[in-house]
Write a protein that binds this ligand. Structure first.
Ligand SMILES: NC(=O)c1ccc[n+]([C@@H]2O[C@H](COP(=O)([O-])OP(=O)(O)OC[C@H]3O[C@@H](n4cnc5c(N)ncnc54)[C@H](OP(=O)(O)O)[C@@H]3O)[C@@H](O)[C@H]2O)c1
Length: 231
């Protein structure tokens, strides 16, 4: 099952995935368009899944966005939306679907956070905080659900070549362009980490080395380094 707001994009992707010339394995894809920024969005999606008799055993909480700019200059609606989509929707979906997975003693949840969760980025303050929530929540949840045989992983990619920065209204710095990952690579490493039972997954050697460096640096120095990386 695929969900997002733009139904035509989802239908296009569904057609690619079900094209047997491209992928010989038989795949069936259901498309349900949802706006997870609406307070009722997660509930509407869950109700629609139930109505169609679908009980996912794998949940990938990938929907998310950031808004670049100084916190005090950001519109309150954008701040609320970042919390709603990145935190609230992901949490409510995992809560309901996690129940069903735990009952069946089988399932997996992959939460897509960000490297910004490990190294908070000034001018992405709310976004960094929201993604840090996902890391802390996922780590605790992974422990809680272990006995139910439900795996929980959190993916922390660095800069990745997607529509993210257009949506964030952020012109990429030269460092961002030089260290950018491809979405295919990030997805592959994320799924491999989930399969291997890795809780926190950081794709790419450059980012793993930086994660190590950040742990060794005083927090203030790490934040200053992040601020420089997006300029
Ligand atoms: N690109 C990066 O540098 C980067 C780095 C670290 C982490 N991430 C994280 O990776 C995840 C995927 O982002 P991306 O890089 O692929 O950016 P993207 O190209 O902008 O994709 C964002 C996805 O989220 C969906 N989405 C956004 N708002 C939504 C809403 N209100 N309701 C339902 N779906 C919504 C979008 O579909 P619709 O617009 O059709 O709704 C789209 O499928 C996000 O959680 C992001 O925070 C990205």
């Amino acid at each position: 099952m695929l969900t997002a707001r733009r139904e035509e994009r989802l239908s296009q992707l569904a057609a690619e995935l079900t094209d047997s010339a491209r992928y010989p394995a038989k795949i069936s894809v259901t498309v349900i368009a949802t706006d997870l920024n609406q307070p009722a969005g997660p509930e509407l999606l869950l109700t629609e899944l139930e109505r169609r008799g679908l009980a996912p055993t794998v949940l990938i909480n990938n929907a998310g966005f950031g808004y670049f700019g100084k916190f005090l200059d950001q519109p309150a609606e954008e701040i609320e939306a970042m919390i709603q989509v990145n935190i609230r929707a992901a949490t409510l979906l995992a809560h309901r679907l996690g129940h069903a997975m735990a009952r069946r003693k089988r399932g997996a949840i992959l939460n897509v956070a960000s490297f910004a969760a490990l190294a908070p980025i000034p001018r992405y303050a709310v976004y960094s905080g929201a993604k840090a929530y996902l890391v802390a929540w996922s780590q605790a949840l992974a422990h809680e659900l272990k006995k139910s045989h439900v795996r929980v992983s959190v993916l922390c990619p660095g800069f990745t070549r997607t529509e993210f920065h257009d949506v964030a209204r952020h012109e990429k710095s030269s460092l961002m362009q030089r260290t950018e990952l491809t979405p295919e690579y990030v997805a592959r490493i994320g799924l491999r980490g989930l399969e291997r039972g890795q809780t926190v997954i950081v794709p790419g050697m450059w980012y793993r080395l930086n994660a190590l460096l950040i742990r060794l640096l005083p927090a203030r120095a790490a934040v200053a380094m992040s601020a420089r990386s997006v300029r």
